[in-house]
Design a protein around this ligand. Structure first.
Ligand SMILES: N[C@@H](CCC(=O)N[C@@H](CS)C(=O)NCC(=O)O)C(=O)O
Length: 271
């Protein structure tokens, strides 16, 4: 039986859940508590040397990186393929997972953090906060974390994140203009599955329409994607009402500031 290591509300695991659900693959789940640093335990680091979730264990093989896990699942379980049959279309599909891995994952973290976790951290004691900052092992990530904690939406990292989403949505709109209905044509692929959790997170934060209100093709894509049973099962049904309410409450408070920063971005952006 496949074993999936994940953590509560882990956005990177959501695409793996969607893939498992789309293909009806049975698996068992093991929770890793990121707040008590279980991800840095020697046993877990043997499976995932970066100390992050998700990790998929198939017999004695540990597969890491959510994008690679989804491709691995698709290749090892050929029923209902989620990758296009031809090589060129597979490169188009992988452009979406590259975009997520290189920009959109971080962008989502900045926006979620500035909207939500920042306020939670303000309510911590100074000692708890310092422990939290010290726990971020990578110096580059710690710098981003500190900047967003201190400056919120005014952080240059949040500005960059808003720009990354702008470019991603523009690219999606161009791809869908080819006829769609999905990002790589007629079939629902890992390209769409990669994007869904990140678009869903903006929707839960009540911020999505800032980018897509004037993009009807994207609105249609999102309506189709969010109605899929795999999206509902992988994302919506795994959230508690408190978690959903919290995201909406904190995200809504940032709407004006994010819209203003997006307008600033649009007035200077060449791409
Ligand atoms: N590129 C990796 C990113 C994994 C990642 O950063 N996962 C987050 C949860 S969504 C995590 O484990 N964070 C733990 C930490 O930063 O300590 C993937 O897609 O699998």
């Amino acid at each position: 039986m496949l074993k999936l290591y994940t953590a509560r509300n882990s956005i990177c695991t959501q695409k793996v859940f969607i893939t498992l659900d789309e293909k009806s693959i049975p698996y068992e789940m093991q929770n890793v508590n990121l707040f008590t640093n279980e991800q840095y335990s020697p046993e877990y680091l043997k499976l995932n040397p970066k100390g992050v979730v998700p990790t998929l264990v198939d017999d004695d093989k540990a597969v890491v990186e959510s994008t690679l896990i989804c491709e691995y699942l698709d290749e090892t379980h050929p029923q209902k393929p989620l990758m296009p049959a031809d090589a060129f279309s597979r490169t188009r599909m992988r452009l979406w997972s590259k975009l997520i891995d290189e920009q959109i994952f971080e962008a989502t973290r900045e926006i979620s953090f500035s909207a939500h976790f920042r306020y939670k951290m303000q309510n911590m004691t100074e000692e708890q906060r310092q422990v939290r900052f010290a726990n971020v092992g990578d110096p580059e990530r710690r710098a981003r974390f500190l900047s967003t904690y201190e400056h919120g939406v005014e952080s240059p990292y949040v500005f960059q994140a808003i720009g990354h989403f702008e470019k991603a949505f523009k690219a999606m709109d161009v791809a869908l203009a080819d006829g769609g209905p999905w990002l790589v044509g007629a079939g629902y692929t890992l390209g769409d599955i990669n994007m869904v959790p990140y678009v869903a997170r903006l929707a839960y934060l009540d911020l999505l329409d800032i980018w897509i209100a004037d993009r009807p093709r994207l609105q249609d894509w999102w309506q189709r994607a969010k109605a899929r049973p795999s999206t509902i099962e992988a994302i919506d049904n795994r959230l508690t009402q408190d978690e959903t309410d919290e995201m909406k409450t904190y995200g809504s408070k940032l709407r004006d500031a994010i819209a203003r920063r997006r307008a600033e971005y649009l007035s200077t952006a060449k791409l």
